[in-house]
Structure formats: C-alpha cells, structure tokens
Design a protein around this ligand. Structure first.
Ligand SMILES: Cc1cc2nc3c(=O)[nH]c(=O)nc-3n(C[C@H](O)[C@H](O)[C@H](O)COP(=O)(O)OP(=O)(O)OC[C@H]3O[C@@H](n4cnc5c(N)ncnc54)[C@H](O)[C@@H]3O)c2cc1C
Length: 421
C-alpha cells in the first residue's frame, strides 16, 4: 500500500527541530495543521509571541493528507444557520463562514505560498433527483446572500466534470484547490517569517495550570510556560485532554490517485482546475491535480487500512463516475482522520480560562481552519469572545464513546441505504 500523493509533489518544509530547552512565551499552540499554524501566524502578525508544538512533521495530521478542495461554508446552509443561532448570530455565521475560502487565497497571495492553487470553483453534483432539489435550494440560498454561485443542468455537469451518473448540480465560484501539504508548509514558513516559532517532533503530554498561566510539558521533558494555550489537535488530539477527545468521533477519510492521465485523456475530465464533491451523505470528492492524476476520496473503515483492498470501494466509485479511466493504474492510496461532532458544528471550548480548544471540522477544513486561526488569534489577543464566529461551548462528551467504532459502522450502513434512495 502506498502513501500520500502530496509528499511526492510538495514544496520543501521550512527547517524545524524538536524543542530542546525550557522557555516562556505568550501563547503555546498545540498542533501544526491549518488551524494551529493559522492561529500562530495571525498571533505573530499581531505582534504576540507564539510557539507551535507539533508531535510529528508540519501537516502530519489531516492538513497534509486532504483532498485540497478549498470550499467556503460549513455543513449547514444559510437558512438553517439562522434558525440554529437566531437572526443576528445566524446572519453573522453565514457572513463569516462565507469568507473562509477567500482567506486561503488572501494568505497565499500575501505570503506568496507556492501550492498549485486554482480558483475556478467547486461543483456539487447531485446523485439523485432529491439531491438535485437540495443542491438547487442550497444554491438559491447562497445566491440570496450575494455569493457567486449558479445552478447547473445535467448537461452542464457532464460538460464541466466529464463525470457520469449525476442529475445536475450547482457551482460555487468562491472555491478552488491547493496542494495541501505545500499550503500547510507555506503557512509554517509565513508564521516563522513573522517571528513565531515551531518545534516539530515535539509531542505535548500535559498541559497544567501554572499561577495565572499554563505549563505545557513535552514528551522530551521540556516545559513551555505561557499565558494561554490553544489546542488545535482536532481529530488527532488523542488523550491530551481526554474529555475533549470524547466529544467527537475521529472518522477516517480515504483517497486514491491514478497515474498521470495522457494529455488528450486529461482534457476530458475536470478541465481547468475545477473541484467536486457530490450530494451523497457518504460523499465522493474528486479532482485532477497538477500532474494530471485523478484523485477520488470518500468514506473509509474506522480502522486504518492495511492493504490495497481497503480502497477497492473508492476505485469502483472512480470507475463508475469516470468510466473512461477504467484502465488507469492507481498509484497512491492513503487515509487521514476528521473530527465529527454530535451536532456537526465546529466547537470552541475553554475548559479553564486561557486553555482554548477548537475541534470538529466535519471533513471540510482547508478553508474553515485557515479562517478559524484568524478568529482564534483575535480572541487570544483581545480576550473578547465576540471575535469568534460561534459561542464557546461546554465540552459535551458522546455517550458510550468507547463504542465509536460501532457508531461509525452503523452510521455508514444507514447512510449507504439513504444514498441509494
Ligand atoms: C483524507 C482527507 C481528505 C480531506 N479532504 C478535504 C478537502 O478536500 N477539503 C477540505 O476542506 N477539508 C478536507 N479534509 C479535512 C481537512 O483536512 C481538515 O479539516 C483539516 O486539515 C484540519 O486541520 P487542523 O489543523 O484542525 O487539524 P490537523 O491537520 O489534523 O492537525 C492537528 C495536528 O495536531 C497534532 N497534535 C495532536 N496532538 C498533539 C500533541 N499532543 N502534541 C503535539 N501535536 C499534536 C497532530 O500531529 C496534527 O498534526 C480532509 C481530511 C482528510 C483526512
């Protein structure tokens, strides 16, 4: 079984090393993915001292393994957000979450991040007639908010994607794509350029109150003292704060990538850098990369895959959607974890003052976590919770969390059935 495609085409990572001394800093950020690095970058831009601690390499969690689709918004449509949070907070959430993709492109431009970005939009093709009604309604709602979106007929979807089996869909032109490992490495380089620090290979084992601030202890036995700590471990938080780890399910998402398509063949599928993920509950997401490889992503088993067989369902989906690629060899297969919360919303928690965490990107976090970092940095710097797009909530653990593997299996079986209807 091969590994992530991204390491193969990524730009070089900035030079970092493990923490080798005790120190003091304004804010410690745990986690070197989009959320942690964006938080640290924005803190550094505000002139705050910040140190990121990452257990592995930069982007080793979901940020260096994802599909690279830069899609604005969260799971919920504008009307639903207004209903959930009330007219004022709901309107703010709609406006805020609508800006997330723009943030990514702004950072890329500002710091000249070399990451194969495209900015021609995202298509959500509908796999059933009911899915098409939902897609058109979603498009209508975003159009009402002034977003650059449009409904697409079946013929337009075929023309723009070269994909089979869809009834139509909609396009959101605010979206695009990045080479995710290059992008996250670019964020790290930008953060360093603004005076922040990062230590990789530095697993945090404990975070403890220390007078008016915090002590963050690493596996290597070093201590960083700080006024505040921001936890951005997301689905990889593990046992650091067990209660937070029990508030979400760390589900697997799998991907495969073909060998590069021949030029004639490449023009037939997803021309011009468009990206797509469909209306299935167990959605399929796909795009073509810089080397003309076709990527297909989707659900995976709860356990990490141990052989190519674990990816067979994605290869079947690739061939069903793009029959013209049936003979194309698969060269890369990999997986990563996304944090799913009970209400499918991202959550800010502050279990004790100055210990702030963000979890739950529900599988759509390239744009979201980049923007979240800016909001988190504002909150850390000002202490004003209005800086955040959603309220800070108490940690709500999932009952019988130890049975999560069963929950995932039951949900997958149920969603599979719903997707057939
Ligand atoms: C296969 C896959 C495909 C996806 N495709 C897309 C897509 O196309 N578009 C999209 O928008 N989203 C996608 N996502 C979701 C997106 O990748 C995530 O939402 C996003 O990367 C989360 O970023 P993060 O910084 O919050 O967490 P992560 O990137 O997971 O970073 C958390 C980091 O914290 C570190 N960490 C954890 N605990 C500790 C500790 N104790 N000490 C030190 N470090 C620690 C981890 O090592 C990790 O690097 C996908 C996810 C996966 C897995």
């Amino acid at each position: 079984m091969s590994t992530s495609l991204w390491a193969h085409t990524a730009t070089a990572a900035p030079r970092t090393s493990a923490l080798d001394r005790n120190d003091e800093v304004g804010t410690v950020v745990v986690g070197g993915g989009f959320a942690g690095l964006s938080t640290a970058l924005h803190l550094a831009e505000l002139g705050e001292s910040v140190h990121v601690l990452e257990a592995g390499e930069i982007g080793q969690g979901a940020s260096g393994r994802n599909g690279g689709q830069v899609i604005p918004g969260i799971k919920y449509d504008p009307q639903k957000l207004r209903k959930m949070f009330g007219p004022e907070a709901g309107a703010r959430a709609v406006a805020d979450f609508g800006t997330t993709a723009a943030k990514v492109f702004e950072l890329i431009d500002r710091y000249k991040i070399d990451c194969d970005d495209t900015r021609v939009g995202w298509i959500q093709p509908a796999h059933t007639k009911a899915g098409l009604s939902e897609a058109y309604e979603r498009c209508r709602q975003w159009a009402e908010e002034g977003a650059d979106v449009a409904p697409l007929t079946r013929e337009e979807v075929v023309e723009r994607l070269g994909a089979q089996g869809y009834h139509g869909g909609w396009i959101d032109r605010r979206a695009g794509s990045v080479q995710p490992l290059s992008y996250v490495r670019g964020l790290a380089a930008a953060m360093l350029s603004q005076g922040g620090a990062i230590s990789t290979g530095t697993k945090v084992t404990r975070v403890e109150p220390d007078g008016a601030g915090w002590r963050t202890v690493t596996e290597g036995g070093h201590v960083l003292r700080s006024r505040k700590v921001v936890l951005c471990g997301n689905a990889y938080t593990g046992g650091l704060i067990p209660r937070i780890a029990r508030s979400y399910i760390a589900a697997n998402s799998f991907q495969v990538a073909t060998a590069p398509l021949e030029p004639g063949q490449a023009e037939e599928v997803m021309p011009g850098g468009i990206v797509a993920s469909d209306t299935r509950r167990l959605l399929a997401y796909f795009r073509r990369d810089r080397e003309n490889r076709m990527l297909m992503g989707g659900r995976g088993s709860f356990k990490n895959p141990v052989s190519d067989q674990g990816f067979a369902h994605l290869v079947r989906m690739l061939h069903k959607t793009f029959p013209q690629l049936a003979g194309q060899p698969i060269e890369f297969r990999w997986a990563g974890r996304v944090a799913i919360t009970q209400d499918f919303l991202p959550h800010f928690h502050e279990p004790q003052q100055g210990l702030i965490s963000l979890v739950g990107c529900q599988g759509r976090g390239v744009a979201l976590q980049s923007r979240m970092g800016e909001w988190l940095a504002d909150y850390v710097a000002t202490g004003d919770r209005n800086a955040l797009p959603l309220p800070v909530t108490p940690v709500r653990t999932i009952p019988l969390h130890e049975l999560r593997e069963l929950y995932v299996a039951a949900t997958v079986a149920y969603y599979k059935l719903r997707d057939l209807i």
